[in-house]
Design a protein around this ligand. Structure first.
Ligand code: ZN
Ligand code: ZN
Length: 70
């Protein structure tokens, strides 16, 4: 696979948000996850992904609390 932005370069990683191949120069890492450096959309997508486990944990706590109160 070649880099999406540089067709003469080999892709070093694949964006987790949009699936494009990226060379070292185009890669941005968010918590160890590869995303497009120049795409705020992709960076935001991965940021949302990283808070998702936290949100589901909060939801679980709320459900447990409701069960106890009931
Ligand atoms: Zn590139
Ligand atoms: Zn991307």
């Amino acid at each position: 696979m070649k880099c999406y932005n540089h067709h003469d370069r080999d892709a070093f990683g694949v964006c987790k948000a949009c699936g494009k191949g990226l060379c070292l120069e185009c890669i941005e890492k968010q918590d160890g996850i590869v995303v497009c450096k120049d795409s705020p959309k992709c960076i935001n997508f991965v940021k949302c992904l990283s808070i998702l486990p936290f949100l589901s944990f909060c939801l679980l706590l709320i459900i447990l609390f409701m069960l106890i109160v009931d």
